[in-house]
Write a protein of this length. Structure first.
Lengths: 341, 187
């Protein structure tokens, strides 16, 4: 076989081959071919996908939770009035209109697709213009019981003294003639805000705020009157050791069940930041007995009111009570969510 | 590494791009390169000329990077092999269905029916491209397995394997030469 293969004929190269080589070698440089680029940059594709994802999500959210400009209102008792007209049966509350109930009247608002808000006797409630998905009411006085089943921060109630932001919950908000608000959360939790001051009120707790004041420390709904008064004094910076004794005495003991301890924990967590420095150590010891600060939190940092440590401790008390202590992507998602709505 | 048939001055001139040296290199390898291309491309004369021209141009342009630790022929045949395979890929993209028409070069086609060389060339042209290249490099310039391995960018073991498979295939396709052809006794 090898001998056969060695008989493969060698064909002389044509004379024109050398000429062609020379011509090619000495030809003027051809314009460089355009660099082969992918038709679509991967980054562009990624950006388009991200845009589609965010846009699709936003469109889905708006479609699902879009805030209507008119809310359905239903008479429950008495003669509630919408825009000055008596409501018979069911009607609409338009943006800017007032829903007013007398001492015998009650009405129920349908909060878009989020849930319902029952307006109690003696109330003045106005539908406000919100964003794409922000459902906003103003309660000038009276009471409102909201049951919301939706993602957080879609339902807002403004009172003369604070803004209540739904974080997925059921609650009752009462506003007296002086504008003081009393929030009682029965499910989930609510953010009560006045300016930069915030109280996060979980289920089972009550918080109050007066006009011009800051949201008070949340306390268990079973709190006795004297402990509540003492708590108000401590919140106002006017309390003393005896007031703290009353408050601590009314709180659940560390040996109580975990739910009760958590209720006390959130009260103590707020109180730690509001009492004078000479009382703070006692609040810290009580809170640490309920829920020891996890490493790397330090007593010194917590008594110094280090914000990150405080948030981390709150998350340890109950992850539902803290957003800021979550991982970066949850905070980023929250900011994106707030921006979208 | 020593380069048979090429003196050091020619090699140095080749690296510098000296036209006279390039000419001597072409004269030394031109026929073999053209023949390899011609057999590889199944006798397509024009395509073989294009491939050979492309191979030489590539080599001359890359001459400054040629290192003397390998033979010029090995380097050249590697370029030839890649050029031929590129040409084959290009053709496959053009001809989407079926094979190219088999234009048999006068030296490949049985110009005289029954001519032994033409029958061998035709049998080689039926081998798969990798086996064909191995056979052509082996029998046109008598490259060693190591040199073929460098030219084909594979291991010497792979070269041996390809040659063995090529031999087996050729033995089958040229079996009739064993029985009737007077030159078959050389097999």
């Amino acid at each position: 076989m090898e001998r056969l293969l060695r008989r493969l004929p060698v064909t002389p190269a044509p004379a024109s081959l050398w000429d062609g080589i020379q011509a090619e070698l000495h030809a003027p440089a051809r314009p460089a071919p355009l660099a082969r680029r992918p038709v679509r940059s991967p980054w562009l594709v990624a950006a388009a996908l991200l845009f589609a994802l965010v846009g699709g999500t936003a469109a889905g959210i708006v479609g699902r939770y879009g805030a209507p400009s008119r809310w359905t209102v239903e008479r429950l008792a008495g003669a509630p009035a919408v825009g000055g007209n008596a409501l018979a049966g069911t009607g609409d509350l338009a943006t800017g209109q007032w829903l007013v109930t007398d001492s015998l009247s009650r009405a129920r608002l349908r909060v878009g697709r989020l849930g319902t808000a029952e307006v109690g006797p003696g109330s003045r409630v106005r539908l406000e213009r919100g964003g794409l998905t922000a459902h906003r009411l103003t309660v000038e006085r009276g009471s409102l019981h909201a049951v919301i089943a939706a993602p957080p921060r879609l339902f807002f109630v403004q009172t003369p003294s604070a803004l209540a932001t739904d974080l997925g919950c059921a609650y009752t908000l009462e506003v007296d003639e002086a504008g003081t608000s009393r929030l009682h959360v029965t499910l989930g939790w609510v953010e009560l805000r006045q300016g930069e001051a915030v109280s996060l009120v979980p289920s089972g707790l009550v918080a109050e705020v007066a006009v011009g004041g800051r949201p008070g420390t949340p306390y268990p709904v079973t709190f006795p009157d004297d402990a509540r008064a003492a708590l108000h004094r401590l919140d106002a910076g006017a309390g003393d050791g005896a007031d703290l004794d009353r408050v601590l005495g009314a709180l659940h003991a560390p040996s109580d069940n975990v739910t009760l301890r958590r209720e006390s924990g959130i009260t103590l967590w707020h109180l730690l930041q509001r009492v004078s420095p000479d009382l703070r150590e006692r609040v810290y010891r009580r809170l640490a007995a309920l829920s020891p600060p996890p490493p790397p939190l330090t007593r010194q940092g917590l008594l110094g009111l280090d914000r990150r440590m405080l948030e981390r401790w709150r998350a340890d008390l109950n992850p539902m009570w803290s957003e800021a202590a979550g991982p970066w992507w949850t905070r980023a998602a929250r900011r994106l969510w707030e921006w979208m709505i | 590494m020593a380069e048979p048939d090429l003196d050091p001055d020619t090699l140095e001139g080749f690296r510098r791009g000296d036209p006279a040296a390039q000419r001597r290199v072409f004269e030394r390898y031109g026929d073999r390169v053209f023949s390899i291309a011609l057999h590889f491309l199944r006798g397509d004369h024009a395509a073989a000329q294009d491939a050979a021209q492309e191979a030489f141009v590539r080599m001359f342009r890359a001459a400054p990077s040629f290192r003397r630790d390998s033979r010029l022929s090995t380097w050249l045949y590697r370029i030839v092999a890649n050029t031929c395979l590129d040409e084959l890929r290009r053709r496959r993209r053009i001809v989407l269905f079926g094979d190219l028409p088999r234009e048999i070069h006068p030296t490949v086609a049985p110009a005289v029916p029954g001519a032994l060389e033409a029958e061998v060339a035709a049998a080689v042209s039926l081998l798969s491209p990798k086996l064909r290249l191995a056979v052509l490099l082996r029998y046109f310039d008598d490259l060693s397995y190591d040199e073929m391995a460098r030219a084909l960018d594979c291991s010497p073991g792979t070269v041996a394997s390809r040659l063995a498979r090529a031999h087996a295939a050729l033995a089958t396709s040229l079996a009739h030469l064993n029985s009737g052809h007077p030159r078959a006794a050389h097999t």
